[in-house]
Design a protein around this ligand. Structure first.
Ligand code: FES
Length: 105
């Protein structure tokens, strides 16, 4: 598993997550209280990118049917989605946001 640069820190804003495709995975990068977080970006309910949803109080709301997820943990907090989304390790090197994506086994 290696670290992959997905964007620059300036491309991620509190209200505007960054949407990236990394090794075939859709990933949303979020800035929350000065820390960066990365979540699987595809809503497990149907198909919508969570990074295009509404961000408030550490949560993101799916733009399609309004399921809500915790940005720090990926936990699903509100139906109609029923499962959590993946959380990826994030590190900042200079102004680069890097993620570690699990390899398929
Ligand atoms: S696609 Fe996200 S709640 Fe339906």
């Amino acid at each position: 598993m290696s670290w992959i640069t997905v964007c620059k820190t300036e491309q991620v804003q509190e209200d505007f997550p960054f949407s990236a495709k990394v090794d075939g995975n859709e990933v949303g990068v979020y800035l929350l209280d000065g820390e960066y977080y990365a979540l699987g970006d595809v809503c497990p309910h149907a198909y919508a990118l969570l990074s295009q949803g509404f961000v408030e109080d550490g949560q993101v709301e799916c733009p399609l049917h309004e399921a809500v997820f915790d940005i720090k943990t990926g936990k699903c907090l509100r139906a109609p989605a029923e499962s959590d989304v993946d959380v990826y390790a994030v590190r900042i090197i200079d102004d680069a946001v890097q993620l570690k994506i699990k390899e398929e086994v």
